[in-house]
Design a protein. Structure first.
Length: 345
């Protein structure tokens, strides 16, 4: 199974919730201390423990947060490109640096207050010193509110990215809506399909896994991504498309010859031209879907137009009768072969 690069990004609760849990743990640990010492000595032992446990709990939590956030620049290119649109990596590092700085401040404050306890000789003064220690701890953590909010938002955005195995070859399915892309993925992959969100689109992408022998390939259907002209997109949407360049080993462009999808042949060929220009170095093949719904003459006409555009790999296909499916699979597997790794069974 592909691994989510953001799965370990630690959830950050609200400051008050975190401190409430911290105080509860510290109180339990301190109250467990008993003895026949006089009340002042017992108070010192308990309040020292309360301060140490509370501070260490907060520091360990903050340290765990910092360690759980992945370095975006170390991610695979596909994830890095997407993450850069969603989260400012430099600002993310700045927020983590502030939290690391707060840990050092808390460590100094803990030592300062723990060392002060033995010099006190009245119970009231001992309890006041612990309250002071907790107050200063809360003050430090309160200043991180804005950093926590940023990390919570960043975590939500990054955890929503699709989990795609960047080590497995990918065939990205392109074409206008309703041309038959999802039917092709469903036919090839059956139940081995997952649905995931993709940034900047209102639709989910479909990731299907096809395995034959010792080889594995994934088919990625991207509704809302490679299904309309670039002029209709903003800068952020174009960045989402750019990220696919790092994922796609093959582009399979699907054409509906019936035009029942709502887009003319001319419009579909124009989109094909844009996809070709957007992915100039990536091998491409054309799937003419719904071949059972057009005549041989209509099919020949479309094939000729595609050839005139320089397309050399063209396969008519029917998702209903599954005619030419073996031929289509053979071509796809042949094109993907250079990128495949053996699957361990």
């Amino acid at each position: 199974m592909p691994e989510d690069p953001f799965k370990d990004f630690k959830f950050i609760p609200q400051v008050d919730e975190m401190l409430e849990t911290t105080y509860s743990i510290a109180n339990k640990r301190a109250d467990s201390i008993s003895g026949k010492n006089d009340t002042v000595i017992l108070a010192k032992r308990r309040e020292e423990k309360r301060i140490q446990v509370a501070y260490k709990h907060v520091m360990e939590f903050l340290e765990a947060v910092v360690k759980s956030v992945p370095d975006l620049s170390a991610l695979p290119p596909f994830y890095f490109d997407l993450a850069q649109v969603l989260v400012d990596n430099d600002l993310l590092k700045k927020k983590l640096g502030r939290i690391s700085g707060a840990i050092r401040v808390l460590e100094r404050l803990m030592r300062e207050h723990v060392r002060a306890i033995p010099r006190l000789h009245r119970e009231a003064a001992i309890h006041e010193k612990r309250k002071e220690a907790f107050g200063r701890m809360k003050s430090v953590v309160d200043k991180l509110q804005g950093d926590f909010e940023y990390l919570r938002a960043a975590r939500a955005k990054l955890r929503a990215l699709p989990v795609i195995d960047t080590d497995v070859p990918a065939i990205v399915i392109a074409g206008y809506p309703n041309v038959g892309k999802s039917s092709i993925v469903n036919n090839f992959c059956g139940s081995k399909i997952q649905v995931a969100a993709y940034p900047f689109t209102t639709k989910d992408i479909t990731i299907g896994h096809y395995q034959k022998g010792f080889f594995n390939v994934q088919l990625v259907d991207t509704p809302g991504v490679l299904d309309r002209p670039m002029v209709e997109r903003n800068v952020i949407e174009r960045q989402a498309i750019t990220a696919l360049k790092h994922l796609a080993n093959i582009i399979a462009f699907v054409i509906d010859p019936t035009q029942n999808c709502g887009y003319s042949i001319d419009a579909q060929l124009a989109l094909l031209d844009e996809v070709a220009k957007s992915f100039p170095t990536i091998p491409r093949m054309i799937i003419i879907a719904k071949k059972d719904l057009v005549t041989k003459e209509e099919l020949a006409t479309i094939t000729t137009r595609l050839q005139e555009l320089g397309e050399t790999t063209i396969v008519p296909y029917s998702s209903i009768s599954r005619e030419n499916e073996d031929q289509l699979l053979a071509i796809l597997m042949d094109k993907v072969k250079p990128f495949q790794r053996r699957v361990t069974r």
